[in-house]
Design a protein around this ligand. Structure first.
Ligand code: GA4
Length: 348
């Protein structure tokens, strides 16, 4: 497949100076927790990762690699289609949202992220699990099969999270899983980051990158990402008194799990919603395009988002004022990508 430049609805690339040079690959790898989901200690390891970093790599996840491989091939073929064919891919069941709407523009998009002026070096598909979209039949089928498996995995991970938080009992530990299952607030997003089209002078350390997807946290409970072999994903690692961006080496055989804002609130800050971003070709001479598929699990619009009572210690107060997912989503879609969306919901 030959890669064409992105449609030029917005025609500049956004160059961001990196705060600090990414640290060496081996050191970075050591900072990203890995959890073998099939191991007996998985619940504890999941919780530890979510408390510390808010992010981990999941191995032995049980999602057949053939599902991801098929989806990847179909998605690459889709993004190689002429612009007009891609542009005509919008969902059939919902009208296009206006500016400041409380939901994403479902369907195909390019460069624009959200509706408040953010841009990135990517094109994408955003689909709501409930809606129908005009996609080529084979891509639609591949997405369907893949999402079914990842959704199931997400449920298992949410159970492990609850268990790791000390919530015991067959029924009780399903508390997070049930919040997402059937919420009709599950999204799947396919992101395609072509290599940059302009040659750019890097500073002496190569510490300049092009923003593929700017820094942000995810508003939902949980996100599960799988990508091809092209690098670019980074997480913001919060250390004692400084924060630094760490490269997450791509691994098509693993899933990367993110804690979202909602889960941070449900755990009263025990789990951390992690800031992440994608840089395009941070390494010199990167020529391959990056493809990632992310599943986002959110709660039902009327769901009250407040710390789980079973987690609260005696006398512990919520760090947030009560809100519903519907309210949070509406607020989120009015923000800029990099805003601290939970800020206005924090109690002083
Ligand atoms: C981040 C996570 C998901 O990709 C997404 C994004 C959404 C969009 O691209 O339309 C948002 C962004 C995401 C966070 C805040 C709002 C909404 C763009 C934006 C400025 C689909 C989501 O649910 O929230």
């Amino acid at each position: 497949i030959t890669m064409t430049a992105l449609p030029s609805s917005v025609d500049h690339q956004v160059v961001i100076p990196l705060l600090k040079c990414p640290i060496a690959a081996a050191a970075a790898a050591a900072m990203i927790p890995t959890v073998d989901l099939s191991s007996p200690g998985a619940a504890r390891a999941v919780a530890e990762a979510c408390r510390g970093v808010g992010f981990f790599r999941a191995t032995n996840h049980g999602v057949p690699s053939s599902l991801a491989a098929t989806l990847e091939a179909d998605a690459m073929a889709f993004f190689a289609l002429p612009d007009k064919d891609k542009q005509s891919t919008t969902t059939t069941t919902t009208p296009a949202p206006g500016p400041g709407s409380a939901r994403p523009s479902l369907g195909y998009g390019s460069r624009r992220i959200g509706s408040n002026g953010d841009v990135g070096w990517l094109e994408y598909l955003i689909l709501s699990l409930g809606s129908n979209s005009v996609l080529p039949a084979s891509l639609r089928l591949a997405l369907h099969e893949y999402t079914r498996a990842v959704r199931e995995l997400s449920g298992r991970v949410l159970e492990l999270m609850a268990e790791g938080l000390g919530i015991v009992g067959e029924t009780e530990r399903g508390v997070l899983r049930r919040m997402v299952a059937g919420s009709e607030e599950e999204l799947v997003r396919v992101n395609h980051y072509p290599p940059p089209t302009t040659e750019r002078d890097e500073d002496d350390d190569g510490c300049v990158g092009i923003t593929g997807f700017g820094e942000h946290t995810d508003p939902q409970l949980i996100s599960l990402l799988r990508s091809n072999r092209t690098a670019g994903y980074q997480i913001l690692l919060q250390e004692a008194d400084e924060a630094r961006w760490v490269n997450v080496a791509p691994d098509p055989d693993s899933f990367f799990v993110n804690v979202g804002d909602t889960l941070q609130v449900l755990t009263n800050g025990r789990f951390r919603s992690v800031k992440h971003r994608v840089l395009v070709a941070p390494e010199r001479g990167g020529k391959a395009s990056r493809l990632s598929v992310i599943y986002f699990g959110g709660p039902a619009p009327a769901q009250r988002i407040a710390p789980l009572p079973e987690l609260m210690r005696e006398g512990e107060r919520s760090l947030y004022r009560d809100f519903t997912w519907g309210e949070y989503k509406a607020a989120a879609y009015k923000t800029r990508l990099g805003d601290h969306r939970l800020g206005p919901f924090q109690v002083q």
